[in-house]
Design a protein around this ligand. Structure first.
Ligand code: GLY
Length: 335
């Protein structure tokens, strides 16, 4: 059953087959695709009908040097303010495409087709599009909503297991912070079942997008409520800063595990709910050990863009489906 979820400012997410919806959504304009070399191999048919710019892969590609290359290519192609940018890929591609589209000639329209689970439930939805600078994640960016995002579960069939699992970290995060029923569904289900069952996966993705859309609609520019979407991310970003071992989603799973342990130690979550969260993360096959020394992670947290002076907002789970935004001194952060 196709699903359309309104986010904010006219931005919509469609959980639907690309071939059933894309033609209706693309405006009658020149379309330039931004994608990457891997997607060009795995989903060439999606890219082939359009002029395209392919970027490199991995977090290293999400930097200022790539932006310069893409702007230069757009100028060479003669892209103007009437051009529509279509980002096709995972979170790295959609971040680059969204940032480029929002700044090229002071902004052109754009939309996304997301090809990863992480992109479908988180990275391509919500309008934050940015790039990394100096090893710090998403340090430069914009709030700018895509006209549409298409999440087609058929595109996820080719995802390697490791990438699918990384996306599951954001699914679990969403369930913890805002959807107790989804959390129960994940407990009843399994990694293998979600890989195989498109209908189940579509309903899980749609639930995650609804939670995110609801939060973004209330606080698009992250003045308050939206911070809850960063559950597990302060630790995750610090891990990503200090080590190349884990992808973003894998680092989020470690972050969720450790922030839940901190919440248990502080007594802000019941033993029952805290243990269910820890068990679910383990059952979906995530590593949970911190890959670097705590003192290095704490130093990296000091560089987090969400830091305010010597304090930082930490999002703590207080029950399954509920979180609390706490301002803590950097010296009081415990891992
Ligand atoms: N683009 C990701 C977000 O807005 O949260």
């Amino acid at each position: 059953m196709p699903t359309r979820i309104d986010v904010t400012n006219g931005s919509c997410v469609y959980v639907e087959r690309v071939e059933d919806i894309l033609a209706q959504l693309l405006p009658d304009k020149r379309v330039i695709v931004i994608s990457d070399t891997n997607i060009d191999r795995t989903h060439h048919d999606l890219i082939a009908p359009y002029e395209s710019i392919l970027v490199g892969q991995g977090e290293q590609a999400k930097g200022l040097a790539t932006l310069e290359d893409v702007y230069t290519r757009l100028i060479e192609l003669g892209a103007d303010r009437q051009t529509f940018i279509l980002g096709i890929g995972g979170g790295i591609v959609t971040d680059i495409a969204g940032f480029v589209a929002s700044t090229y000639m002071r902004g052109v329209e754009f939309g996304f087709i997301t090809t990863t689970l992480l992109g479908s439930v988180d990275a391509s939805v919500g309008g934050k599009n940015g790039v990394n600078v100096g090893g710090f994640k998403n340090m430069v960016g914009v709030f700018s909503q895509p006209k549409f995002v298409i999440c087609d579960v058929a595109l996820l069939h080719t995802l390697p297991e490791r990438e699918f699992r990384a996306g599951m970290a954001e699914v679990i995060k969403t369930a913890i912070l805002g959807d107790r029923e989804l959390f129960g569904m994940l407990e009843q289900s399994s990694f293998e079942a979600l890989r195989k069952d498109d209908a189940l996966l579509e309903s899980v993705i749609a639930r995650c997008i609804r939670v995110k859309a609801d939060v973004v609609a209330q606080d698009e520019r992250e003045g308050g409520l939206r911070r809850i979407l960063n559950l597990g991310h302060t630790i995750a970003h610090a891990i990503e800063k200090c080590s190349q071992r884990y992808s973003h989603g894998e680092a989020v799973a470690i972050g969720l595990h450790h922030i839940t342990k901190a919440a248990l130690a502080d007594g802000v979550i019941s033993e029952a709910d805290g243990s269910r969260i820890i068990s679910l993360i383990e059952r979906y096959g995530f590593d949970t050990e911190l890959p670097v020394e705590r003192k290095l992670l704490l130093k990296a947290i000091e560089g987090d863009k969400k830091r305010k002076g010597n304090t930082i907002h930490l999002i703590l789970p207080t029950a399954i489906g509920k979180v609390e935004d706490r301002v803590v001194k950097l010296t009081e952060v415990r891992l």
